[in-house]
Design a protein around this ligand. Structure first.
Ligand SMILES: Cc1cc2nc3c(=O)[nH]c(=O)nc-3n(C[C@H](O)[C@H](O)[C@H](O)COP(=O)(O)OP(=O)(O)OC[C@H]3O[C@@H](n4cnc5c(N)ncnc54)[C@H](O)[C@@H]3O)c2cc1C
Ligand code: SF4
Ligand code: SF4
Ligand code: SF4
Length: 384
């Protein structure tokens, strides 16, 4: 029997990269597959079947009640720095934690937009002035495997990444007995768009020499999804009603297959701190952004108490998290039945506008069918 991450798991690979970090034989490489997602590939000739890769791989996850979200302490907060609030996606809390970490000699690993390759990738930041490179959410899968070899077992690190990346890193640092050197931050995770969508979008929109990308600009306030791209000729702003990249992403139509069955996006948290947008009625009129913050460990709570000079943080009842997330803390998402068709169209010559129209029609039909089914069920229940 194979002890390595076998082909079934690779089908659902989330590209977290930790299998290659732990592999003693350097037997794992990465490719970007035809759907535009990063996948691990094992070289069978090098593999000695030691099973280490399986121990960190999110696809071999086994539920562990130590990491249950219900054990978290809940807070909300925001940075007190206007520039940070302007650039951050929610309340800028991640930036403030990163700033504090750097002042304590901790290296920060977060996601930057690479303007040469038009991809998202993890980088290591050692200087406060470089932290703006990693501020803000990038709705693309980050290339993390390139940065992992640079992480050593001596230095202290703050790692910011998706819940699946944090799961794999938690497993790794536990196995290597270096947990004390790390603080992990993740977020409630929608999943990320495929790179082929983004490449098509950049090409069709005719951007030249892109200088700035903000996947969630606050130009129309925090509650509105607006993408901002500055290239050498123009400043483009598109919102969720007009922008085809946002339309496909928000409809969940082009995200990684493994994201739909993901166990970490809501209910189990392997990071010390989880952040999110604090949606819901409480901050309905706030246009600047508020972060929801969950602390899962002593280390997480200590960091939050040290933030008071640069951020406003308030403790709240855990129940408020449920209210704000409007019952979304359920875990598994349904795969839209048209998801594979969308990917096929993205691989074809169809334009993003045509694909977005296709998704729009399909979501309208799905909503209609859901509504009719609900009415039939309620009619049948009344008749009982
Ligand atoms: C792909 C993605 C999906 C998300 N889905 C949701 C959601 O469904 N609901 C919700 O409430 N919040 C979601 N978030 C989190 C939210 O957008 C904010 O990032 C979070 O609230 C923190 O905001 P902030 O202002 O404190 O920090 P920000 O400055 O916005 O911090 C974002 C941090 O995330 C890291 N990051 C950025 N892009 C990526 C990426 N592609 N992969 C890994 N790490 C990245 C950066 O290093 C940065 O430090 C998502 C974020 C991402 C990246
Ligand atoms: S089983 Fe061991 S040698 Fe083979 S790929 Fe996994 S970690 Fe590498
Ligand atoms: S450890 Fe991560 S990168 Fe490796 S196979 Fe599993 S999900 Fe993919
Ligand atoms: S939804 Fe899950 S699998 Fe997908 S990026 Fe987020 S944490 Fe990873």
């Amino acid at each position: 029997m194979s002890n390595s991450i076998n082909s079934d798991a690779l089908y659902n690979c989330v590209g977290c990269g930790l299998c290659s970090k732990i592999c003693p034989e350097n037997a794992i490489q990465f490719i970007t597959n035809a759907e535009g997602f990063i996948n691990a590939r094992i070289n069978d000739e090098k593999c000695i079947n030691c099973g280490l890769c399986k121990k960190v791989c999110p696809k071999f996850y086994e539920s562990n009640s130590d990491y249950d979200i219900n054990k978290a302490e809940a807070y909300y907060g925001n940075s007190l720095d206007l520039e940070v609030m302007h650039k951050a996606t929610s309340g800028g809390i991640v930036h403030e934690i990163a700033k504090l970490s750097i002042s304590n000699g901790v290296k920060v690993i977060g996601v930057a937009y690479d303007y040469e390759e038009n991809i998202a990738k993890h980088i290591i930041v050692n200087k406060e002035e470089d932290l703006f490179k990693i501020i803000g959410s990038k709705y693309l899968q980050s290339k993390v495997h390139d940065v992992l070899p640079q992480i050593n077992h001596k230095d202290k690190y703050l790692f910011i990444g998706t819940p699946c990346q944090c799961y794999a890193l938690r497993k790794y640092i536990k196995l290597k007995n270096i947990e004390d050197n790390f603080i992990l931050i993740d977020f409630f995770c929608h999943g990320h768009s495929s790179q082929i969508t983004w490449d098509k979008y950049i090409k069709e929109s005719g951007f030249v020499d892109i200088e700035e990308v903000e996947f969630r600009s606050k130009v129309k306030g925090w509650h509105n999804f607006v993408i901002h791209i500055k290239d050498k000729n123009k400043n483009y702003y598109g919102d969720s009603n007009s922008d085809n990249f946002l339309k496909l992403f928000l409809a969940n139509s082009n995200i990684l297959k493994g994201c739909y069955t993901c166990n970490f996006r809501y209910n189990e948290i392997y990071a010390d701190i989880r952040v999110a947008d604090f949606w819901g009625r409480k901050f309905w009129n706030n246009q600047d952004g508020v972060s929801m913050i969950l602390s899962l460990s002593k280390k997480g709570s200590t960091v939050l108490t040290e933030l008071h000079k640069n951020a406003s943080i308030s403790k709240i009842d855990y129940e408020e998290i449920y209210t704000a997330k409007q019952g979304k803390l359920k875990g598994i998402k349904q795969i839209p039945i048209y998801r594979d068709q969308v990917i096929e169209q993205l691989q074809s010559d169809k334009t993003l506008k045509e694909i977005a129209e296709f998704v729009n029609k399909k979501t309208r039909t799905t909503r209609f069918v859901d509504e009719v089914s609900k009415r039939i069920i309620s009619f049948q229940e009344r008749g009982k």
